[in-house]
Design a protein around this ligand. Structure first.
Ligand SMILES: *Cc1c(COP(=O)(O)O)cnc(C)c1O
Length: 437
């Protein structure tokens, strides 16, 4: 009982659960059985995760971009509990509910002006599938079915389902494994790295040529605005995003922006596209939308896209997840957005940006480090070689921090509510990890 109250677990039970986990429970991008055991988290509160043995770690990943207000937040808990007392779920076909309608209102109000219609999806990957489907259905409705390919840039990540994988970076997305089943889209080189970098005219003219060469078969351009996430943690200059918008306009294409990682302030602006002062025709949001409480995402589009789809042979958008607009998730999202707007989130993110910049700068000089980059509340150390993930994790955990490196990247995106001291722990842990390379 005492152990339960402390949130701890007996070493025997911990061992038993971890052994079962390793043999039977698949983890993201992991072999089965697992190559090495996971850490057992028994509770989370504020910016801390508590492991079975009582160890506390700062969640330097915001549990993958999501827990921007930290865990176990009293107001978030209250909102979900209130909703639970009313209804946990109800089908969305033929029925609607206030929590979803209010959330749609918030998303329309907060998103760039032209986006007025909301489709609720049950994960980010599905939101991107829906965005692709919207674009393809739009052109089918215009009796231009030959406009069925997408153009994207390398280095992207848009989710793990087949439609999404086909627009992920071909190497990270392992296109060669699925070459015979993935639709073949058009890939431009990754935008040159560096938020502040001067625009590279050769890159821009190459991009323009590629779009022009494929114009007749392209439905849309799809990209992550300003910050490419899981495809390589690369930041690029707003000029390149403006170029994508201009090229889409010039050739009559739709622009899909995947704001699933960048949305809700992570890059220092509310939306990644705000850096370039452009608006997409279709936008995907997810991850931080529910403050890390539940899985939910949304695809927003303009009147033009919605009207185009409505005018087609089908008339309807051919998609409808079972758990569409789940009330519990929608309640979490409403609470998360209210919380975000109730605080000076921009100041919080700017402060974290300054702390990450200062705290990671010295890592640049380390022999194993190829690059250090920071944008908003995202800090990245890129190693020269792929890192030994368990070894790096051990090092950062010794510093009281949880991070999940991948490839050559040791990176953090702290909850916005991290104190100066907590961000300091994160940068110290990252420095120690980089030093050990
Ligand atoms: C995480 C992510 C997705 C996929 O979202 P899931 O909720 O994991 O399906 C899509 N696009 C971007 C940019 C992401 O970061």
């Amino acid at each position: 009982m005492i152990q339960l109250r402390l949130g701890r677990m007996s070493p025997q039970e911990t061992e038993r659960l971890l052994a079962y986990d390793r043999e039977h429970v698949w983890h993201p991008y992991a072999p089965m059985p697992a190559a090495y055991p996971s850490e057992l988290v028994v509770s989370a509160s504020g910016v801390h995760l508590t492991l079975a043995d009582g160890t506390e770690l700062i969640d330097g990943m915001s549990s993958w971009w999501a827990a921007i207000h930290g865990h176990n937040h009293p107001e978030m808990n209250a909102a979900v509990t209130r909703q639970l007392g009313k209804m946990a779920h109800v089908m969305f076909g033929g029925l609607t509910h206030p929590t979803a309608i209010r959330l749609a209102e918030k998303l329309v109000d907060l998103s760039p002006g032209p986006l007025t219609k909301v489709f609720f999806a049950d994960s980010g990957s599905v939101a991107v599938e829906v965005a692709i489907k919207m674009a393809l259905q739009y052109w089918r409705s215009q009796r231009r079915p030959e406009r069925h390919r997408l153009l994207t840039v390398r280095g992207g990540y848009h989710g793990d389902t087949f439609g999404d994988m086909a627009v992920c970076d071909p190497v990270n997305g392992m296109h060669h494994l699925f070459a015979d089943v993935l639709p073949q889209h058009v890939f431009a080189p990754a935008p040159p790295i560096g938020y502040q970098a001067e625009p590279d005219e050769t890159y821009l003219s190459g991009l323009a040529e590629l779009v022009a060469a494929h114009e007749g078969e392209l439905a849309a351009i799809i990209a992550e605005p300003i910050a490419q996430g899981a495809g390589g943690m690369r930041f690029y200059a707003p000029e390149y995003l403006r170029a994508l918008r201009d090229l889409a306009d010039e050739h009559g294409l739709l622009l899909i922006l995947d704001e699933i990682a960048t949305g809700f302030g992570r890059t220092g602006e509310l939306w990644g596209c705000d850096h370039a002062e452009v608006a997409p025709d279709i936008m995907c949001v997810g991850k931080a939308m529910t403050g890390g409480y539940m899985t939910m995402a949304a695809t927003l589009c303009t009147d033009r896209v919605a009207e185009g789809i409505a005018a087609g042979e089908a008339g309807v958008l051919m998609h409808g997840p079972t758990y569409m607009a789940n009330p519990l998730a929608a309640a979490a999202a409403n609470a998360s957005i209210d919380l975000l707007l109730s605080r000076d989130w921009q100041e919080e993110v700017d402060t974290i940006e300054a702390l990450l910049t200062a705290g990671l700068e010295d890592a640049r000089e380390l022999p194993g480090v190829a690059d250090v980059r920071v944008l908003g509340a995202i800090g990245v150390i890129e190693a020269r070689e792929p890192v030994d993930v368990p070894a790096i994790q051990k090092t950062v955990m010794e510093h009281g921090v949880w991070l999940r490196p991948f490839g050559k990247l040791i990176y953090a995106m702290p909850p916005y509510v991290c104190s100066e001291d907590e961000v300091g722990h994160i940068t110290e842990a990252m420095y120690a990890a980089a030093e050990s390379l």
